[in-house]
Structures are given as C-alpha cells and as structure tokens.
Design a protein around this ligand. Structure first.
Ligand SMILES: [Fe+2]
Length: 394
C-alpha cells in the first residue's frame, strides 16, 4: 500500500508546468472555463471553435496534403513505414503553410530500390530532400587531446625508429608504398600537374590532365611512408583504455574485442597516405586463415590482404581505427589528417582533424570512414596506429 502511495505521488510531481509561461497558462485556464460554460449550455463544438478563433485570434495554418505530391508519387508503391513527425511552417505567396515532416523506415534492399527509382527519374529535387541515416554517425571521430606525455611519445618514437633501423640492417623493407587504387590521391611525376593534396577522383584528374583513367591509375599511388610493427604489451595497456572509452562516449558501442599489432609510421618530406578506408564493414572484409606454405605472400613476405596466421584476427573486421600523433606540432608541416564524410553528408564533406596536432593526442574513428594524411611539407611526422577488431556488423 505504501509503495502505491509513493507511485501516485511520483506521478503527480512528474507533471511539469514550467513548459508553459504564466501568460499562456492564464489563456489556457480562460479557454477551459469558457469551454465548460458553453458545454453546460449545450453549444455545438464547431460554434465553440469558431468563437475561440475570433476571441483569441487563432490563426489556422493549412497543411499541405501529402497526396498528389512528388513524395507520394514515388512512395506509393514502396513498402515504407512512415509517419508525420511534426510540421515545418513556410510562407508561400504571402500565406503560411505547414509542411509535414516525414520519418520513414525500411529494409536496406527496399531503400536501395527506392533510391534507384528516384535517380533513374532524375528527381533531384526529391533526392536532395531525403536524408539517409545508413551508417551515418553523430560522432565521426572522438579525440583525447595530449593524452600521452612527451616522455611517452619520445619512448614510442625511439622504439619505432630502433625497430625500423633493425629491419633495414637485416635487409627487410620498411617502405609502405601502394600504387593504383580507384580512390587515389597522390600522383607520381608523370602527372605532377595535379597537386597531390587535391580532393579529386580519378575522373576529375582525367579531365584536368586530359589523360585516360587507366594511365592515371597506373601512375597514381595512394601511400608513401615507412612503417614497422610494434606489439609491446605496455603500448596496449596504455592505449586500449582510450579506445574503449571513445567507443562508449561517442555512442558507437561497437562490439570490439582484439587489437591488431601497432603500426608505427614515419612520414618524411612529401610522404603521405591518400584517401582510403582501413576496413570494410561486412563479411567480405573478414580476416581469413592463412595456410603457411600455400597462401600467397607479397614480395615483402606479408600475406595477401586479409589473410593471417593470427587466430585472434580470423572472422573479424577492423571496427575502430586509432591514430596517435607522436610529434610536437612545430616539428613538421603538412601531414594533416583529413576525413571524407561522403557526398551525402550534411555540412562540410572534407574535414581536417586539427585536434590531432598537439603531441600525444589520440583520435578514434570507425574504420569505414574515408581518411588521408596529406603530404608532409617539412620535418618528420611520427604516428602510432591501432585497429580494433570485432565481428562484422550484423
Ligand atoms: Fe588509415
């Protein structure tokens, strides 16, 4: 009995009058009194409404009917769950009109067909008005400014440089250079009339240089840097708590359970990493088991992409990417981390992540986000990269 009393008290106190002003409250009370009085006299509701409109100067804004709109034309055969979420009031020919704001849901296949239908009919007007929330994020990345101390950064740089030197001494390659991808950026000297910092597609470069796409593809490269791999336990202990924190705070809440080996990267003068994504999100991008002696290897003795002997990688994809700037901001120029949020992103598509500049800053982002490191124009940029793995999105 006592608990029921408490419940009731709670319900009463939960009602909040603060969302209407004192002036509005007096109007509401006056309306209610008038309504009660007219009801007692048996006055018809339509007459009461008319009286209210005149007395309180209520402006009725007409609603644009959904029927016979372009929207209705394109959606009537599509199995969309949709409802009116509210209204936007606009002025047309000096008259106010309420435009319904629609929210809808459907499975991905249905949405794909719907988009194809709009694109085929060139209904750009409608296309621009439909906002897609498929793998779109509220937080495109998360950052921790100067999370690592100068001493910690120095220690990582020394460890990485030592490893690079050891590899070189033993005749192994530390160069990470990748040629020819569809989403490329840097160009070799054959096409040096295009600035490698331009945000351009192959087609745009073809147009600018007058060279065919295939030639551009052959002479373009997306990456030029020196790398080595670090698997020191102290690095995992230091970095992974930040990744889990970002995963929670940014509300991605991805299922992640294992960190790949750290990649230490050194970008010298003119070195860069063009537009790329670190990993696809679906089952195609899962790590597969490499069979020693049978699975093909590249000439740098690494397995073909996505093959590994590490059983902790198999069946997983890269979910979150982590990049840490180890260098003092004054010690290099260029080398900016940039994101491409895609052509449908509301707002600025290309974004420079300035938060990475302070030494020891950690940036965490979903691995499907396109990003790049622009060419270093002076000095050397050292960074540490980690990919957190988990099962593909389901
Ligand atoms: Fe990357």
């Amino acid at each position: 009995m006592k608990s029921e009393m408490n419940k009731k008290e709670k319900m009463v106190s939960a009602y909040n009058y603060d969302d209407i002003s004192i002036e509005e409250k007096s109007i509401v009370l006056e309306l209610l009194d008038l309504l009660k009085e007219r009801k007692k006299l048996g006055v018809d509701l339509s007459i009461i409404i008319e009286e209210f409109k005149q007395k309180f100067k209520i402006e009725e804004i007409p609603q644009r009917p959904i029927e016979n709109t372009l929207w209705d034309h394109y959606t009537k055969d599509v199995n969309l769950g949709q409802n009116i979420q509210g209204f936007k009031t606009i002025t047309e020919n000096d008259k106010k009109i309420n435009i319904p704001v629609l929210c809808f849901s459907a499975d991905i296949d249905t949405l794909n067909k719907f988009v194809a239908k709009i694109l085929a009919s060139k209904a750009w007007h409608l296309y621009k008005k439909v906002i897609w929330y498929i793998m779109q994020l509220v937080n495109n990345y998360y950052f921790f400014s100067s999370a690592l101390s100068s001493e910690q950064c120095e220690k990582i740089i020394n460890t990485g440089n030592k490893k690079i030197q050891e590899l070189k001494n033993s005749g192994e390659s530390t160069a990470a250079v990748t040629f020819g991808k569809t989403h490329k950026q840097g160009l070799s000297e054959k096409c040096d009339d295009v600035n490698s910092m331009d945000d351009k597609t192959l087609e745009e470069i073809s147009k600018k240089t007058g060279k065919p796409s295939e030639e551009i593809l052959k002479s373009s490269y997306i990456r030029d840097s020196e790398v080595c791999w670090l698997d020191d336990q102290w690095l995992y202990d230091l970095i992974t708590p930040y990744v889990y924190e970002a995963n929670k705070k940014a509300n991605w809440r991805y299922d992640i359970d294992y960190g790949e080996t750290f990649q230490f990267t050194k970008y010298g003068l003119n070195q860069f990493y063009g537009w790329h994504m670190d990993g696809g999100s679906d089952h195609y991008d899962k790590y597969k088991r490499a069979i020693p002696g049978i699975t093909l290897k590249h000439n740098n003795s690494l397995y073909e992409k996505k093959y590994t002997e590490n059983k902790n990688y198999i069946g997983k994809i890269r979910k979150l990417s982590v990049t840490i700037n180890l260098t003092l901001p004054g010690e290099y120029e260029g080398g900016n981390l940039k994101f491409d949020y895609g052509p449908h992103f509301e707002g600025e598509r290309f974004h420079e992540c300035t938060q990475i500049r302070p030494q020891g800053s950690i940036i965490v982002f979903p691995s499907f986000q396109y990003h790049q490191v622009t060419p270093v124009t002076s000095g050397t940029r050292y960074s540490l990269v980690l990919w957190m793995l988990g099962p593909p999105f389901k």
